[in-house]
Ligand binder design. Structure first.
Ligand code: CTP
Length: 422
């Protein structure tokens, strides 16, 4: 296997980064070299570089003082900096880019699912503690070795062969989130989880219950952020990984079809990950959805979506009634969050329901009376709940096409609130 040489790697690095950013890395490397420290880019960026994919994040690893390096970059580039003492990491925000800096480290785990204990080590130590061989490569960006690929664990060969391989048998039990990561990378790149890794993955499913809700939710967020999340979710379902997350949790071909429709439907406005989640939950029994929401400790917004989906399902029967007027549709849907309604425009099998949901999203939900409460008060009516009720009636009349002009609305307000006061 022809390993790319340092000239080729430097050229790829340069090509994949904005010019400013490439020079930032070079200056950071010079700073470390003067201090007698080695500096590397490591992990996902190296993997992506070697298969010509643009990487989202830059991870730097220094065999030395990460905070001194972060301070220097912050000084040179006027960057915003966040330091974490416990893990000796730093996060920099430079002209919209994020750079993470860590020290080269060794890790030990007290028990499965625990956060790691950290001690300083070399770049090679640091690569050994990583998840998969394809993520366990680094490129030197300091001193005479600038541009050298550090690949002690066969990452390049696995990347070229399309294999996801863990680095030691305890990898999944040390960190069960890697079960989700293995599936996510396998499906993102169209790779294959190597057979022994797959056997260990299956054995390690029993450790998933030990994962905290926050760590587990993060893994789902990462999956839902993928370009085609249905691939990873189908695979996780087939491997019974989802059942290890929450009893009865599955992801089938129907849900996969909904995910594709969600993605291809240009009229949907909510963020894709929320729409995916809403459509998946839309196909579950309420009790299963509640259990998943609790297990992942979903945000207040997502919990509202879960609750609204359940409400919406119960109200669908009303949305099928013949002869509904626009105001009736609004009465059914007004308290439901739009993401839940958008998801049902995709997953509902009923064309009449779909049409009504679409009409609500596209126009009905935006319709308001021309008159506002303030105007009615200016007309001489006293503030109070009657004004709110009248405005609701005027809105309904407007929705149903009974009134369309300001004059007609004023006339209706007078009829509703009495003609004597103004
Ligand atoms: N890593 C690990 N074990 C984990 C999480 C991360 O070993 N449970 C290591 C891997 O080497 C990974 C690096 O930390 O490459 C950075 O992690 P992350 O940012 O999550 O992944 P990326 O590789 O950058 O990949 P992605 O494209 O998914 O962001």
């Amino acid at each position: 296997m022809d390993m790319p040489n340092s000239t080729r790697i430097t050229a790829s690095l340069k090509a994949s980064l904005a010019e400013d950013f490439f020079s930032l890395l070079t200056r950071a490397g010079e700073f470390c070299h003067k201090r007698g420290e080695r500096l590397f880019v490591a992990g996902g960026i190296v993997r992506d570089l070697l298969i010509d994919i643009q990487s989202k994040d830059i991870d730097l690893v220094v065999e030395g003082d990460s905070h001194a390096l972060a301070d220097e970059i912050a000084r040179l580039y006027n960057a915003k900096i966040t330091l974490h003492q416990r893990f000796q990491t730093a996060k920099l925000s430079v002209n919209g880019f994020t750079v993470d800096i860590a020290i080269a480290r060794k890790e030990t785990y007290d028990h499965p699912g625990a956060l790691p204990k950290i001690t300083a080590g070399t770049m090679e130590d640091d690569l050994k503690r990583r998840d998969f061989s394809i993520n366990a490569m680094a490129v030197s960006i300091s001193g005479d070795t600038y541009g050298h690929l550090v690949d002690p664990l066969g990452g390049y060969a696995d990347l070229k062969a399309g294999i996801i391989r863990i680095l030691h048998p305890e990898s999944f039990s040390d960190d069960p989130t890697r079960i989700f990561r293995a599936i996510r990378y396998e499906q993102r790149f169209g790779f294959e989880i190597e057979p022994e890794t797959l056997t260990l993955l299956q054995e390690a499913k029993k450790h998933i219950p030990a994962l905290s809700a926050d760590r587990l939710r993060y893994e789902f967020e990462c999956i839902l952020d993928e370009q085609a999340p249905e691939k990873a979710l189908c695979r996780a379902s087939r491997l019974s990984v989802l059942k290890a997350v929450s009893e009865k949790l599955v992801f089938d071909m129907t849900s996969a079809g909904w995910f594709k429709s969600v993605r291809e439907n240009n009229s949907l406005e909510s963020p894709l990950p929320s729409l995916y989640l809403a459509s998946w939950i839309g196909g579950m029994a309420d009790s299963d959805a509640q259990r998943l929401a609790a297990r992942l400790n979903l945000s207040a917004d997502s919990r509202k979506t879960v609750g609204d989906i359940s409400k919406l399902k119960k109200r669908l029967i009303n949305l099928r009634l013949p002869g509904l007027l626009p105001a009736d549709i609004c009465r059914i849907l007004d308290s439901i969050t739009p993401v839940a309604i958008e998801a049902f425009t995709v997953i509902s099998p009923d064309s009449m329901v779909k049409e009504r949901l679409r009409m609500y999203l596209a126009s009905l939900r935006h319709i308001r009376p021309i008159l506002g409460g303030d105007e009615l008060i200016e007309l001489g009516y006293s503030p109070g709940p009657d004004i709110g009720k009248a405005l609701q009636k005027i809105k309904n009349a407007r929705l149903n096409g009974v009134v369309s002009t300001r004059k007609q609305e004023i006339e209706m307000a007078k009829n509703l609130l009495g003609r004597s006061s103004p």
